[in-house]
Design a protein around this ligand. Sequence first.
Ligand code: ATP
Length: 305
Amino acid sequence: MPSVVAENIVKKYGKKKDIVEALHGISFQAEEGELFGIIGPDGAGKTSLFRILTTLLLPDGGSATVDGLDVVKDFKAIRNRVGYMPGRFSLYQDLTVAENMEFFATIFNTSIEENYDLVKEIYSQIEPFKDRRAGKLSGGMKQKLALSCALIHRPSVLFLDEPTTGVDAVSRKEFWEMLRKLKQQGITILVSTPYMDEASMCDRVALLQNGKLLSVNTPAGVRASFGKPLLAVRGTDMLLLLTHLKQFDSIADAYPFGEYHHAVMRTGYDIEQLRNYLQQQGHKEIEIQTIEPDIEDCFMDLMKN
Ligand SMILES: Nc1ncnc2c1ncn2[C@@H]1O[C@H](COP(=O)(O)OP(=O)(O)OP(=O)(O)O)[C@@H](O)[C@H]1O
């Protein structure tokens, strides 16, 4: 049985003239034990979707189930089964680390001791600071505490809304490693993020833009669906190089990508012709390589088209 099923979910905010359609009929399924990513820029609708699936917001259309329970009719039962880490900081800043944990355990009628095995790996990293107020923790430590609190009642499905936004690169990596380990314990994890590079850490990813799902696939499936030749191009004047790449006939799109520019080519392109053209424009030390698309190339292509 799938853990999460969304069928044609619609969410609108506001009235009449000022209506904002945040979700335009979202459908997908996340399987039991899956690490499922929802990737999308700010305002794509990630928070609205998570709040509907965790029963905190009513949809205006469509239906959804979590563990086979209906998000509208069975909201009480769902609340006992899901863990939710909202995007904005969810902890009580004036309570200590231990008090936050005890608070969340108590409202779910359990205790830290009862589920310690599940949170041990994460909580043990912040336990030495258990008497420190949550408001005085570093970003990475707050994130670990919020995750421990979301897990303390042993949920079967965990919803993490942008857990790595604003977190440094090392903590982000550590966080994804923690999620991998949690997944091994059989928890279904839905995680939203605006960072496209995090897609490769998921079993499957859904790309969300302007309230619409553009693709639901495995990271390998996303890459395989690109279907266009791609070049990485470098020179001494990268700014001017981008302008000239965009003006070249056989190039459908060009954008900066790390130390290179990526150029999406039209069929029938010729690398030597491109090299000659760039040399004529005065570019030096030109490097051109054919490359396989990264997941970010695929998402950018989907979003532009
Ligand atoms: N309470 C609200 N009233 C009016 N519009 C809203 C409300 N909440 C969200 N929206 C709008 O709905 C759209 C989707 O917002 P949502 O917060 O779900 O997206 P998001 O992907 O989580 O983005 P962000 O990371 O910026 O929160 C946006 O256009 C947002 O401005």
